[in-house]
Design a protein around this ligand. Structure first.
Ligand code: AMP
Ligand code: MG
Length: 487
């Protein structure tokens, strides 16, 4: 276990030079105070969890203090936002403080979000508000606990610094951890500004640091692109299987590592709705729940375009073709598990589709359905769940198919079925209204609810005594919260 001043830095991205990022110092926020910290994320840096309570922790992650070895940089990138190319984005309010390596030899980027203005702030104030910082913190750690690849969050630091959004709010900072902060948009930036030498510097760095096994391949860039396609197909399969809506799948918010990245108006589905749009500003539903799958491929093709200086168009096209089949295979595998199946049959895809169609028309709570399905034998569970469906006849027909399928699957031991299903079907998910309750309390200075919710969500599959209300269906108001990009 380390103290805060014992972190070991090795700032590999900063060493790539000024073409890729700009030195900027954090602008501190007033009266910094700890809102919440993640002991599990602190462990990634070998930090003793008790250091979160020390004043220096809030000073470091509130922008007041800096390690001598840190080299804060704002990265430059561009990207496609809602389908249109935006030539200059970059870290407008976040800074890569440096890279720390832990005792296991892993490198972690320390990225401080809400750290003040940078050359890429455009019209923005460089700040992040408390509400969005808490949302990013909670969802990062919740996704991780669900087994969905994501950036991590070390802590949120609150302040008394006023910031103006639709109304006056308070500034906060969230410390994000990731093995890399390189986005699809990094490659797009150097491609569209026609700077092949810089793009090569970036490409060689990403290959060496994050895809070293691809360097062994006959065509390293192609091997890397293939790996990125594979990881994204798997990531988006997980989002779809668990009802996670990202909300702003612009290419500047897509990680080169295939991890969930840059959170805005995200949501987990409450009632199942394939057409759900979590981002109030997304008028066309470009990033609706079901569109995430084709958008994943659209984003990969935007990256492919940027990689044309390194890889032939034919090879890129062929590799892109892997996305849908890989996505399908991962998705089906996850849904089979969620249904308690241990084997595969040709008609399983149809079984899943039919269930989702029935859910779509009946306002069935997506997460709780699967949890309840595993509570009892298939026959007893469907008998209890049928009342939630409007089309009872339709559900009965599905239930008959499902029970027969479960019978063919073999193992009839109910204890084993429950254990197996509960290990993949969470009892607790980060519902928007739960986040909102925690935010409301935090905005009035009470951080107990954020901390409690974080603790509950860090063990989403485990029943936790006294926490039953976190596993309930949301109240009506909680299903219709409007979350926009303004953060
Ligand atoms: P996001 O929607 O958070 O992914 O941000 C898109 C772009 O806008 C990125 O370049 C951000 O750095 C920038 N940005 C967002 N909010 C602010 C802000 N308050 N101040 C400066 N830049 C911002
Ligand atoms: Mg972003």
């Amino acid at each position: 276990m380390k103290a805060l001043d014992e972190l070991t830095f090795d700032n590999r991205f900063a060493r790539l030079g000024d073409a890729l990022s700009t030195h900027v110092l954090p602008e501190p926020i007033g009266d910094p105070r700890l809102v919440v910290a993640s002991p599990a994320a602190m462990a990634l840096l070998d930090l003793d969890p008790s250091v979160a309570e020390t004043p220096v922790f809030a000073e470091l992650f509130g922008g007041h203090k800096l390690w001598a070895e840190a080299e804060p940089r704002a990265m430059v990138y561009s990207g496609h936002q809602f389908g249109s190319y935006n030539p200059q984005l970059g870290d407008g309010r976040g800074l890569l403080l440096g890279e720390v390596y832990n005792e296991a030899g892993e490198h972690w980027d320390l990225h401080l979000k809400g750290a003040g203005q940078t050359p890429y702030s455009r019209m923005g104030d460089g700040r992040a508000v408390l509400r969005s910082s808490i949302r990013e913190f909670l969802v990062s750690e919740a996704l991780h606990a669900l087994g969905i690849p994501t950036t991590r969050a070390l802590c949120v630091i609150g302040s008394d610094t006023p910031v103006w959004r639709e109304k006056q709010e308070r500034a906060a900072m969230v410390l994000r951890l990731a093995p890399s902060h390189v986005r699809f948009g990094h490659f797009e930036y150097f491609y569209y500004t026609k700077r092949p030498e810089q793009q090569k510097v970036l490409g060689e760095h990403v290959l060496a640091m994050h895809f070293p096994e691809c360097l062994e391949a006959p065509a390293p860039y192609l091997a890397m692109f293939r790996e990125i396609v594979e990881r994204n197909a798997e990531l988006i399969a997980k989002w779809q299987a668990y009802g996670f809506c990202h909300g702003v799948m612009n290419t500047d918010n897509m990680s080169i590592l295939g991890i969930t990245f840059d959170f805005g108006p995200f949501a987990f589905l409450d009632d199942f709705d394939a057409h759900f749009i979590c981002n109030h500003s997304d008028d066309q539903g470009r990033y609706s729940f079901s569109n995430q799958v084709p958008i994943g491929q659209w984003n990969l093709s935007a990256l492919a375009q940027a990689l044309t200086p390194f890889i032939s168009v034919d090879a890129l096209r062929e590799t892109l073709g892997l996305y849908f089949p890989l996505y399908q295979a991962h998705y089906l595998d996850l849904m089979r598990r969620r249904l308690g199946l241990t084997t595969g049959e040709d008609d399983d895809q149809k079984l899943v589709e039919k269930l989702l169609q029935l859910m779509q028309n009946s306002s069935v709570d997506y997460s709780l359905f699967f949890r309840r399905l595993g509570e009892e034998t298939a026959e007893l569970a469907v008998a209890r769940l049928r009342d939630d469906f409007v089309d009872i006849k339709g559900f009965d027909a599905w239930a008959e198919l499902y029970c027969a399928r479960v019978a063919r699957d073999g193992n009839r031991d109910q204890d084993q079925r429950r254990t197996r299903m509960h290990a993949v079907n969470p009892l607790y998910i980060l519902r928007n209204y739960l986040a909102q309750n925690a935010i409301d309390a935090a905005e009035s200075g009470d951080y107990a609810e954020v901390r409690r919710l974080h603790a509950v969500l860090s063990k989403p599959f485990e029943k936790q005594p006294g926490m039953e209300h976190y596993a309930e269906r949301p109240p009506e108001w909680g299903k219709h919260l409007e979350i926009s990009c303004s953060s």
